[in-house]
Design a binder for this molecule. Structure first.
Ligand code: NAD
Length: 371
């Protein structure tokens, strides 16, 4: 099988600890499934700043551009609070997103049955939940110009952020949503505020056209983002893929994520355009959580969000659906067996550390791939 290249960027804090557990699963893929993954590891974040003078070096950036996919741990920590703004650890991640043009952010909200009681919602509302929030990541109000605070000279100031979307930006995120829905239950819900925002009206128009012209076989529904947020909390299982802009997506994806419990469980993916020559999409996979300086070095970090991020990579960058299903099932079975890290610990379960959790998943993953 042709080799597949993965750039591993563990980063800071627990990033390095959880990446070790991902390397174990890659080892299983190569051993048992002959997957042919080749990995290379490089620095990012505060550790890169300390060693190389920048939160990501040009050399590492070039490796990220060349790899089939990037696996990213987490960056940041109090140690780097005083570094110059443009060299802060998070700037490494922002540079990756910008230069790889990662415009689509995927956040699944999946409720593992074994953890249904950890949710703030009732078990019957949440059990079996499997939805995907697709957030536009490189446009909208976070980037639009003008973006300023102006002194009006009369003791008042005016702050301005600008929500801007062009046709191509909405078309490409809409296509990504429909393509993802094809691999799932075939339903896309687009959320905006067309009742009060011109950009919402335009978003709605473009998504509707892309659906009509290119994906008529899919189901498309529209929701106002505020009403959609309410439905997400009241009856989340009605959704499949939700596609929305940068600002609403930021909030809705956090809400959806928290439906399912701990931060240590949440993977994500950021995807770019399909390269016309190679047919491959630029992609970066990372847990939603940060570097957790409060538990870094204690061996307590939950590696499941990082491992589930690898599963997303198998699915979306390598079309290794069987392997992705097997890895996700190995995670679910480990939880079902009552093996838990401290953050998802429950009465009657067995508490393990980062290594114990990684080993438990690897053992089940190996058995599934071999079976
Ligand atoms: P955090 O996600 O690092 O931690 C929040 C809380 O959740 C902490 O109590 C932590 O112990 C716990 N937690 C997080 N991940 C866990 C895991 N895998 N297992 C067990 N418990 C886990 O957020 P924070 O404390 O607000 O930020 C810490 C640092 O991380 C800051 O420097 C922040 O800027 C950075 N950060 C980075 C990213 C990223 O790299 N993408 C994202 C968010 C925050």
């Amino acid at each position: 099988m042709a080799s597949k290249t993965l750039l591993l960027l563990p980063g800071d804090g627990i990033g390095t600890e959880i990446m070790v557990e991902v390397e174990k699963q890659i080892g299983v893929l190569n051993d048992v499934a002959g997957a042919g993954f080749e990995t290379e590891t490089a620095l990012v974040g505060g550790t890169a700043y300390d060693a190389e003078g920048a939160p990501i070096s040009d050399a590492t950036m070039a490796k990220a551009q060349a790899a089939d996919a990037v696996l990213f741990g987490a960056v940041g920590g109090p140690k780097w609070n005083g570094v110059p703004y443009e060299k802060r650890p998070e700037a490494g991640l922002l540079r990756l997103r910008k230069e790889m043009e990662l415009f689509a952010n995927l956040r699944p909200a999946i409720c593992y049955p074994a953890l249904a009681d950890a949710s703030s919602l009732k078990r019957e509302v949440i059990e079996g939940l499997d939805i995907l929030i697709l957030r536009e990541l490189t446009g909208g109000v976070y980037f639009g110009e003008p973006k300023e605070i102006v002194d009006l000279g009369n003791g008042q100031k005016r702050a301005v952020d600008t929500q801007v979307y062009e046709t191509y930006e909405i078309e490409r995120i809409a296509r990504a949503a429909f393509d993802l829905a094809k691999t799932r239950r075939g339903k896309v819900t687009s959320m905006e505020k067309r009742n009060v925002m011109k950009s919402g009206l335009f978003w709605n128009e473009v998504v509707t056209r892309v659906h009509r012209e290119e994906y008529p076989e899919m189901t498309l529904e529209h929701e106002l983002a505020d009403a959609g947020g309410m439905k997400l909390v009241k009856a989340p299982k009605q959704f499949d893929v939700i596609v929305t802009d940068n600002l609403f997506g930021d909030m809705l994806s956090d809400i959806a994520a928290m439906l399912t419990g701990s931060l240590g469980m949440l993977p994500s993916a950021s995807l770019g355009a399909v390269d016309a020559k190679t047919g491959k999409r630029k992609a970066l996979y990372e847990p939603v959580h940060g570097s957790a300086p409060d538990i870094a070095g204690t061996g307590k970090a939950n590696p499941l969000a990082m491992i589930a991020s690898l599963a997303m990579g198998l699915r979306y960058s390598f079309e290794m659906i069987r392997e992705a299903d097997a890895l996700e099932a190995a995670i679910a079975e480990t939880l079902e067996a009552g093996i838990r890290t401290g953050d998802v610990m429950a009465p009657g379960c067995t508490e393990v550390g980062t290594t114990g959790m990684g080993d438990a998943v690897a053992e089940r993953f190996r058995a599934k791939l071999a079976g």
